[in-house]
Ligand binder design. Sequence first.
Ligand code: ATP
Ligand code: MG
Length: 558
Amino acid sequence: MAPSTRSVNFIRQIIDHDLETGMHRQIVTRFPPEPNGYLHIGHAKSIWLNFGIKDDYGGQCMLRFDDTNPEKENQEYLDAIEEDVRWLGYAWTRITHASDYFDQFHDYAVNLIEQGLAYVDSQTPDQIRSNRGTLSEPGTDSPYRNRSTRENRKLFHDMKAGKFPDGTHVLRARIDMSAANLNLRDPVLYRIRHHEHPRTGNRWCIYPMYDFAHGQADAIEGVTHSLCTMEFEDHRALYDWFIEHLPVPSRPRQIEFSRLNLNHTVMSKRMLTLLIEQEYVSGWDDPRLPTLAGLRRRGYPPESIRNFIGAVGITRKNNLIDVGLLENCVRETLDPVAPRTMAVLDPLKVVIENYPEGQFETLEVPNHPGNPDMGTRKITLGREVYIERDDYMDDPPKKYFRLGPDREVRLRYAFIIRCTGIVRDASGRVQELRCRYDPDTRGGNAPSGRKVRGIIHWVSVQHCINAEARLYDRLFSSPDPLSGDRVFTESINPASLESRHQCKLEPGLGQPAADTRYQFERKGYFYPDRDSRPGHPVFNRIVTLRDTWARISRQRIT
Ligand code: ATP
Ligand code: MG
């Protein structure tokens, strides 16, 4: 089921080589989220790659929670991450946690102390930071760097026993304070945090740093290829140093690839948390967010996300991907399978004056004009219909082929109507159109019948149901909201959500089929929202039928 990772050449070449030379018999990967937020579409890239490699090579892939930061982590995030990975269509070999190995990490730390390769530093966090040096200047040795093994052993033991408050001591690796790679300048391995952990409770008051835990967890799990994003390239030397100096059961090989960045949105969990806390959006599953929960609620099918990642590919080059590409993947996924229906989002009533009152006709129409296998449905037409308000103009320009005074248009699947009268309210706004229909034009633009350029969708006033539609647009007007010196929330698109409460739908949509995305003809793809109540359906617009942003930017260019 998972799309093949065939296109990921630079990683597969390494794996193929490692298999051919007998270095590994089975490939083991892992996806290691930190449970401090929900997953976003950037994570989908890592999931696609790690689980895809597992599926393609018949290997194993762990879902490993990197839970070394108890302050920021909670059970809600752990549950949400599992759900999102499953929803994307992947199955893990095992769920593991960095915290499963806290005892082992502790033993590794003691091992380094015994070898004289780690020491307890009692400088303040500020002193540690300022003594670290810069890219151009070496760091300065801590005055505690030469503590005896005995003293280090004792202090580390007391740290673990809870004898010191937070921030008073840390355990550091003893590598080289003048290393060109800053990550090798005696990195911190353990810090004191008197904080309950979601899994280990109050057992620990010292927690390993991510950098100390990550590579060792890989080694413990027998991960053969540790696939991670480019920002860890500079950390590889440190991970290798640990592996070299510790009695770990295996030697993972780290390979980096570039992160996925999308325009018109933000991806980092810190920014997403801020948008949620400051109520710019309604929560982690707000359909405007690039979170998997948000995309799922909005109606993105999981295969559209997998297809998108496959289309973007895995490289080592950092770039900003146009969200238009994602939207196109959704259209391509949905076009062949989404049942069609007519829905009027901004209704304008039309009275067909020469159509007898109280009389109705039933039309049998295809659910998908391109796919007869999807069957037909019956819709009803009578004297009164709703059409889209913008399918009428008082003073239409030349290329406008819809309704205007004394103009003709075809009602989809039915006949041609001509606008013969306009009813306005006191302010002059059009309230209702009066039309006449031509009975000889039933059955489409048949060669025998008359042809018109415009065909519009409609619903019967007497048969339609009322619904709410939520029309989403990009959350940020700026393609790169974090660039420049404005606060990023200033470029939030004020039109990112438009709720229409008076939409008119075909009656069948009162009980939409489970897990079905519909195409509202001419309007886009829609998916029922979980806010729907009996008698009050709510539909999210997943995506419009065309990329309106592409048109806007073209207009700007020309
Ligand atoms: P964020 O900065 O969004 O919080 P993170 O890297 O801190 O992301 P983690 O939970 O630590 O998030 O990430 C889990 C895995 O997903 C890591 O291996 C990380 O490299 C990968 N990952 C995170 N963001 C992206 C992205 N935008 N593109 C590709 N992979 C990503
Ligand atoms: Mg992180």
